[in-house]
Design a protein around this ligand. Sequence first.
Ligand SMILES: C[S@@+](CC[C@H](N)C(=O)[O-])C[C@H]1O[C@@H](n2cnc3c(N)ncnc32)[C@H](O)[C@@H]1O
Length: 301
Amino acid sequence: MGDAYLDIIRDFVSQRSRLCFTGHKRDVLRHRLENHLEKLGLADFEAYWRYLKQTSGEEARLLDCLTTNETFFFRNPDQFGHLLDVIIPGIETSRGADVVRSWGESRREPASSIMKLRILSAGCSTGEEPYSLAMTLLESLRYPKAWKLEIIAGDLSESCLKTAAKGYYEKEKLKNIPDRYIDKYMQRDADGAFIREEVKDIVSFIPLNLNGVMNGEPFSGTASFSAPFDIIFCRNVMIYFSAACQQMLVNTLHRLLVPGGYLFTGDAEPLHLFDHTFETITGARCLIYKKTEMTNYAEAL
Ligand SMILES: C[S@@+](CC[C@H](N)C(=O)[O-])C[C@H]1O[C@@H](n2cnc3c(N)ncnc32)[C@H](O)[C@@H]1O
């Protein structure tokens, strides 16, 4: 098939999503596109390029079929363990103290504006990551009902978001979830289990293209999506971008966090490869970074 058009499509994909198919990944692109063309009954990349330009919704389908969506519940258990045992209890204690302090001060900030926890799962795939986060929050917080909990979970892949929103997982997918959590936060049937409504209520799934976010575009959906986050999980996503885009993503994730907020990255995404001002959390046996408290708050908005 004509390779000139393969490269035209590759550049288009990179421009729209930052997904990078250079070097040996060009063969991955070729293979996935050939499968897609076969389903569409199109002869070659040139015919597909014309089809892409003329067909509404095809760009989303193209990007969807080029994403790698591997994920599982409680992926990297050390990260979830540190969140459960250290980070969430720490936030609960310090926000609780803020509420008590606000009662004694003239500003009288309502407790509801302090007891908010906003988490972003960027590149959430089929939902296992944000649901693992929701279960961890409910398990870790001593008074979960005192909190307004919000997990915004976004992905480029529309088909993944549909699966995620259903919240149903077959038995094979449940193997990393402690039985106790399944009993408490899921509803089993013969073939798998549903996520219970009280867990689903915490998670909002949204279409998310990190390319747009890096370009400063607001999150889709309500205005509250653009407020800064206390915690961001962006794991096993930046590995699909070029080195220059990875650096831009690190800068963007820094901007999206509140001062003192935490960033969790994938095992293959250590930040020492980039310029950044995050502190590394030591003793967690996994990759967790903290935006320094000193950061100017205005920068995070
Ligand atoms: C390998 S999965 C990782 C899922 C999960 N974060 C984890 O670590 O288990 C990578 C996900 O990133 C998504 N993704 C890739 N490029 C993206 C972009 N530009 N914006 C948003 N999501 C993207 C893919 O659709 C895919 O679902």
